[in-house]
Design a protein around this ligand. Structure first.
Ligand SMILES: Cc1ncc(COP(=O)(O)O)c(C=O)c1O
Length: 403
């Protein structure tokens, strides 16, 4: 990645999924900008072609796609659709949503409401916790309340209890892997149980793939495929346009029809404009022609095994390594931690991120306690890049004193 004063190794920007300034994507955008079509009421051939290609990456149940301009817009539209569908199914609380604590789904008002990561930052006393929003625990099987192999099912029980208590909610939304929540993978058994319960009352299950989609999971194109569920709605964004603003909402036909039956025509001036579609198509083509999903799988496995070795050598302060493909997290803990009480070590994590940045390696940290190193590089990342990153992390730990 080129910075204002030279090169950096980018280990953090999953928007540049197919690599910074990919020539195929740049050319597609430049060519189409010369004849951009927006505000169209008729189908543009590039749009139809792109939508067909994108739908081919999804399970056949998800056969309808809406194009928007960002991840926030995608999630906002998903909520609108879910509440309309749930209303038609006679759901008791169609506008109610179950979300995960520490989740981030975007910046609009409706979406900040379901993003505890954001509204918990509010310090002016404003009560941001809205009545229609039900927050369940982060399903963290490393450091949370339920740690065993049955942790997933136990966390899912919280979702079931809310459905029982309220008589049903319109939607349940979750990130495929929680990013801001600290690279939290959905534990085994969690989603199948939660989805089944939400659907009993005509509720809709939404998987937010804004961070994780488009080949990053490695073994699968979408992260939700690892969990043995098919969501009713999948929302997408970030790497979809490799930097150009575009988002998408894939839904089951039945949900789209319920939405259309509200009588309110869906319109979006820029959503799905011809430049966005040309760029989106070039991104899909680059993922397949450059073998980037396979690369995410191979290089992701390589990096994860290096990180696990690093954890074994430094188990006093490195508690967990998790994730899939090129979406990984490293949890830093305090030396005083015990098996029962694992103490987060945000200071050490911050030191590592700053040390790496000063050595031209860009990473980030997150999680409710700020102690999780987030790794989500462009999918062009190589084994050599992993070695450079690992050498940097190891040097940072050698330099770290008093943590
Ligand atoms: C999981 C997730 N969903 C949605 C969004 C919102 O996307 P955007 O910033 O494109 O509106 C983000 C942004 O970081 C995100 O991480």
């Amino acid at each position: 990645m080129k910075g204002p004063d030279g090169e950096f190794l980018d280990c953090a920007n999953n928007v540049a999924g197919v690599g910074h300034s990919h020539s195929r994507v740049v050319k597609a955008g430049q060519d189409e900008l010369a004849r951009i079509q927006t505000n169209g009421r008729f189908l543009h051939p590039t749009r139809s072609r792109y939508i067909q290609k994108l739908l081919a990456t999804l399970p056949e149940e998800l056969d309808t796609l809406y194009l928007v301009n960002s991840g926030s817009e995608a999630n906002d539209l998903a909520l609108r659709m879910a509440s309309q569908y749930a209303r038609m199914k006679g759901n008791a609380n169609p506008t109610h949503t179950i979300c995960l604590d520490a989740a981030y789904h975007g910046h609009t008002q409706s979406i900040v409401d379901i993003s505890p990561y954001k509204w918990r930052q509010c310090t002016d006393g404003l009560n941001y916790h809205k009545e229609h929003v039900h927050v369940v625990s982060v399903p963290d099987t490393y450091r949370g309340a339920h740690r065993g192999v049955d942790g997933g099912e136990k966390y899912a029980q919280e979702v079931c209890d809310i459905v029982d208590m309220t008589g049903g909610v319109g939607s349940f939304i979750h990130e495929a892997i929680m990013g801001c929540g600290g690279q939290i993978v959905m534990p085994e058994g969690y989603l199948p149980k939660a989805y089944a319960k939400v659907r009993e009352n005509g509720g809709i299950c939404i998987a937010d793939e804004v961070q994780t989609g488009f080949g990053r999971a490695g073994e699968s194109f979408w992260q939700f495929e690892k969990y043995g569920v098919v969501p009713d709605i999948v929302t997408m964004g970030k790497p979809m346009g490799n930097g150009y603003p575009i988002g998408g909402v894939a839904v089951r036909r039945e949900v789209a029809e319920a939405f259309a039956n509200s009588g309110i025509e869906y319109f979006n001036t820029y959503g799905g404009n011809s430049v966005a579609c040309a760029i989106g198509e070039a991104v899909l083509d680059a993922i397949s022609s450059d073998g980037l999903q396979t690369n995410a799988n191979n290089v992701g496995s390589y990096l994860k095994s290096k990180l696990k070795n690093f954890m074994a050598k430094n188990s006093e302060v490195v508690g967990d390594v998790r994730g899939y493909g090129l979406f990984l997290g490293v949890e830093f803990i305090a030396k005083e931690s015990t098996e029962e009480e694992i103490i987060p070590n945000a200071d050490l994590c911050k030191f590592v991120v700053d040390y790496l940045k000063n050595n031209r390696i860009i990473t980030s940290r997150d999680g409710p306690d700020g102690n999780v190193l987030k790794l989500k590089p462009p999918l062009t990342f190589t084994e050599k890049d992993c070695d450079t990153l690992m050498a940097g992390i190891e040097a940072a730990l050698r330099e770290a004193k008093g943590f």
